[in-house]
Design a binder for this molecule. Structure first.
Ligand SMILES: [Cu+2]
Length: 157
């Protein structure tokens, strides 16, 4: 009986809220768990990374060319090209690593080559799991300086 009462009270509350702000109730349908007062567990696979680093790609360099992280850090690179299409390839494996070394960088929605169109910001989420130096470079042929367009992510403990 107690539960019935509680549920009725909840319905009454919902009805009042519905009258007060009908739009808000309709636009955010609630799951049955939420209606019974259970706290829903967050289901998002990955939290938003805490640190955002703006990076520019242009003629023929990345700025900044070196990024420092600590093991366990999460970083979001907001990469934007200011002149023409470039690409960004980041190695998940440390420079000089032995064969069969596990990757030390993890990417959310990882791509082998992010395409950087002029003026379009691309978000690259990175989590550092192992110390090391991880090279990145342009991966879209962009002109005479293409081959020297590179940088490093340095991960320390
Ligand atoms: Cu290039």
């Amino acid at each position: 009986m107690k539960i019935d009462f509680r549920f009725a009270a909840l319905l009454a509350t919902a009805a009042v809220l519905g009258l007060a702000a009908p739009g808000s109730v309709q636009s955010s349908p609630r799951s049955p768990q939420e209606e019974q007062g259970e706290k829903p567990k967050p289901q998002r696979p990955v939290e938003a990374p805490p640190r955002i680093i703006a990076m520019t790609a242009k003629d023929f360099e990345f700025d900044p060319p070196v990024i420092h992280m600590k093991v366990g850090d999460k970083v979001r690179l907001e990469v934007i090209s200011s002149d023409r299409t470039h690409g960004l390839h980041i190695s998940a494996f440390p420079d000089g690593g032995k064969v069969n070394t596990a990757p030390g960088l993890a990417f959310i929605f990882g791509e082998d080559c992010w395409k950087l169109k002029k003026g379009e910001s691309v978000a690259v989420d990175i989590e550092a799991t192992e110390p090391g130096t991880y090279s990145f470079q342009c991966c879209k042929s962009c002109g005479t300086g293409h081959k020297r367009m590179k940088g490093q992510i340095i991960v320390e403990r």
